[in-house]
Design a protein around this ligand. Structure first.
Ligand SMILES: *Cc1c(COP(=O)(O)O)cnc(C)c1O
Length: 403
């Protein structure tokens, strides 16, 4: 019973030993401000510039000056979207196109801009969570400044057709931003090949520290700054650099990408396949959400009929398992996640969602324990459920319950 299995790598990942060791001197001995002229300042400046090169290399960016460090993924998203439409490169264009399944860092930025007079179109997705390219072609106009679509979804793992989206955006003179916070370090990303103009990433999603991220900004694009001050990060994100965090990001992206990426993806994918098979074989009235093939290697996402996600998470926690649910009861709202609703899942079913996200630290034993415990917990919750009768869900009752 004392087993502990961390299966919430989409929420955050454990920082690696290698990242911790790389950061340590920059928190202790070498505390200089990168803007200072003496030696320990210069050393810090050099460390920041080396980390910038590592980020550029991982994304296939030609010039490291196109990388801007931010205080995480949310800040990178805000800088990209607000900074672009309010900046000089938008050239007076105001329209923004995004999707209904974006992370709140994108969705709420767009909603705030909408209130300031920037028209926003929220694209639909199909049942597996792919944006509707036909709809994108129809709604894009010569007033569209920015198309912002995530690379891979944090709840269901579906990967979007980035290259096609970029082509459609560019054909109308619009710029393409992608929130790649779930994707970087977990799938191949090449900003040149994919036609990406702006890209957000965050270190803590690939074994780096929290509170540090970056925005890739294609040469020639100018943004309105996110933070004004000392002019750091080309004036876009002022403030004394988080040197240790930046060094940690550099180490984490180097460890996660390049030659290390493919073997890690294969390992994590095989664990996830074992998990999905076990759960789908064991538990009836279960839906596997997202694209079954073209998805992040570590994301296993399910919806169990006649189960409440919140209860599921609490009972799994009791069994030493960290997972997450898209059902937002736990965050103070009664609505299921906007992502699951956008897939067209009925309200009464979408409440029973479970996301288990595996990483390179997980083992086959972890997976077998997950299968065993999830099976047991779902059966236990169903046995108590008012909408579970004679071994199957009573959907009429379920629907009445959630009205
Ligand atoms: C985690 C996440 C973010 C936010 O990143 P932070 O570094 O936590 O601010 C944004 N977008 C997606 C898709 C994410 O998964």
């Amino acid at each position: 019973m004392s087993r502990f299995v961390y299966a919430d790598n989409a929420a955050t990942t454990p920082m690696s030993e290698s990242v911790y060791n790389a950061m340590k001197p920059w928190l202790t001995e070498f505390y200089g401000n990168p803007s200072s002229l003496y030696r320990i300042g210069n050393e810090a400046l050099h460390a920041v510039s080396q980390a910038r090169q590592k980020v550029a290399q991982a994304l296939h960016v030609a010039d490291p000056r196109e990388i801007v460090f931010t205080g995480g993924g949310s800040q990178a998203d805000n800088l990209a979207i607000s900074g672009f439409v309010k900046g000089p490169s938008a050239k007076g264009r105001k329209h923004i196109i995004t999707s209904k399944i974006e992370h709140h860092a994108v969705l709420y930025t767009c909603e705030a801009l909408e209130k300031e007079g920037f028209p926003v179109t929220y694209l639909d997705v199909d049942a597996q969570g792919h944006v509707d390219l036909e709809q994108l072609r129809q709604v894009i106009t010569d007033d569209t400044a920015l198309v912002t679509i995530m690379a891979a979804n944090n709840e269901i793992g579906t990967i979007q057709p980035l290259k096609e989206i970029a082509e459609i955006a560019h054909a109308h003179g619009a710029v393409f931003h992608t929130d790649a916070v779930q994707a970087v370090g977990h799938m191949h990303i090449d900003v040149q090949e994919m036609g990406i103009d702006l890209l957000s990433l965050s270190a803590h999603k690939f074994r780096g520290p929290k509170g540090i991220g970056a925005l890739y900004l294609r040469q020639g694009i100018s943004l309105k700054p996110l933070v004004y001050g000392g002019g750091q990060e080309r004036g876009l994100c002022s403030g004394t650099e988080n040197v240790a965090g930046i060094v940690g990001l550099g180490q984490a992206i180097e460890d996660a990408c390049g030659d290390n990426l493919e073997p890690k993806m294969n390992y994590v994918r095989s664990l996830t396949q074992r998990l999905v098979k076990g759960i789908m074989d064991n538990i009836p009235y279960t839906h596997y959400t997202g694209d079954p093939v073209n998805r992040l290697p570590g994301t296993a996402s399910f919806v169990f009929e006649a189960v409440e996600g919140e209860g599921l998470i609490l009972r799994l926690d009791f069994a030493g398992i960290c997972g997450s649910t898209g059902s937002a009861c736990s965050t103070g709202s009664l609505d299921p996640s906007h992502v699951l609703m956008a897939l067209g899942l009925p309200h009464e079913i979408a409440h029973g969602s479970l996301r288990l996200t595996l990483g390179e630290n997980n083992t086959e034993e972890d997976v077998d324990y997950l299968i065993e415990q999830v099976t047991e917990v779902v059966a236990g919750l169903r046995a108590m459920s008012p909408v579970w009768e004679n071994g199957k869900p009573n959907l009429t009752a379920a629907s009445a319950l959630h009205d």
